[in-house]
Design a protein around this ligand. Sequence first.
Ligand code: PHE
Ligand code: NA
Length: 433
Amino acid sequence: MVQRESWATRAGFILAAAGSAVGLGNVWRFPFLTAESGGAAFLVAYLLLVVGVGLPLVLAEFVIGRRSNRNVIGAFEALGRSNWRFIGGLGALAGFVILSYYSVVGGWVIQYIIASVTGAYTSDPAAYFESVSVGANAIAFDALFMAFVAGIVVLGVRNGLERAAKFMIPSVVVLLVLLAGYGATLEGAAEGYAFYLSPDVSTLFGDALALLPDAAGQAFFTLSLGMGVMVTYASYLGEDRSLLNDGLIILVVDTSIALLAGLAIFPFLFSQGVDPGTGGPGTVFVALGTAFAEFPAGRAVGTVFYVALFMAAVTSAFSILEVIVAYVTETFDVDRKPATAGVAVAIFLLGIPTAIDLRYLTAYDVLANQVLLIGGGLLLAVFVGWAYAAEGTEELRTGMRGGDALGAVWIWLLRVPIVLILLYVLYFGVLAT
Ligand code: PHE
Ligand code: NA
């Protein structure tokens, strides 16, 4: 078996896991989903799910990873629960699907960095999006994005993932704070905030249950849950320390960045009188491109924005690739280099349809979020809650002071409420599609 690596520092692990969480989901999905789905009402449902369902499942993944020190599929064998291996298999499958279209969007981001510098989208932002989002350009830049991500994964856990995350995640935070600060100075900022977050009283209670599938899908996606990223990352942990602590930090960073992204984006749009649009994969690019085209220093602001988005996307993308590469290197006798190259090419091929027709991209996104991630999370809750409760609790409490009551609450949440919520979400999420 291939020698396993570990994180060099605790900060490195936390930044890498936060880097996985912070991504296109925070900037490309969250603000528009929130604005469309009833503003503050959606936000409340989302926050409750992140804390009540997301955090317990992050901890469940951490526990499996740290205790097994193995990839997402091998972990179940190492824990003596080989029968549950299929959960890891589903997770790896979800990773294939997600990364295949995630890297297509990553390719758009690269094109928008270049276009912000050259001014390519200023004359007709909608037409520009059409020309880059599907077809030869989309495929070429998808490949470029994937090559960049694979280049980091090839370098390994410490020299690749940890080093990249340590540089990129703080940079993303700084750039987004600057952008949101700049947004606050614009005329129209207040209107933007109102559009983003004002509670739509009519939807607050009536549609609370209807909001649940979308809010849960986003909570899973944004925390990189249900597909083994957190299992894999925690499997590189050496020392014992409080997993709860790390989980909380990741949750706070991810949620803050999602909120921050909206606080930057909506003032930009409203200051230029740009219609935020009706959602869909192109909105953040077309609407923002329109705003940046009209700003005094719009192209400079746009460049900064898309560079931040690129770094956020890269740190998420390599976490997904790592899940599968870890499995391949530990299961078959292959080195990291050929494994990474092979997996990256396979995922790229799977993503080609989504770079040809956006309807595929939306379909992949829905399949991944409403079905695969939620299903993976559901199985994980059943596994840890019912089949691995005693050992799981012991592992959670390792490195934590006290924690008796906490462990009991955690198991109870996994056993019943989370299982019920996820069954509901899965049922209605599938019906809605
Ligand atoms: N959490 C990432 C984001 O918000 C997406 C992601 C999903 C990454 C699943 C890894 C696994 O963009
Ligand atoms: Na996220």
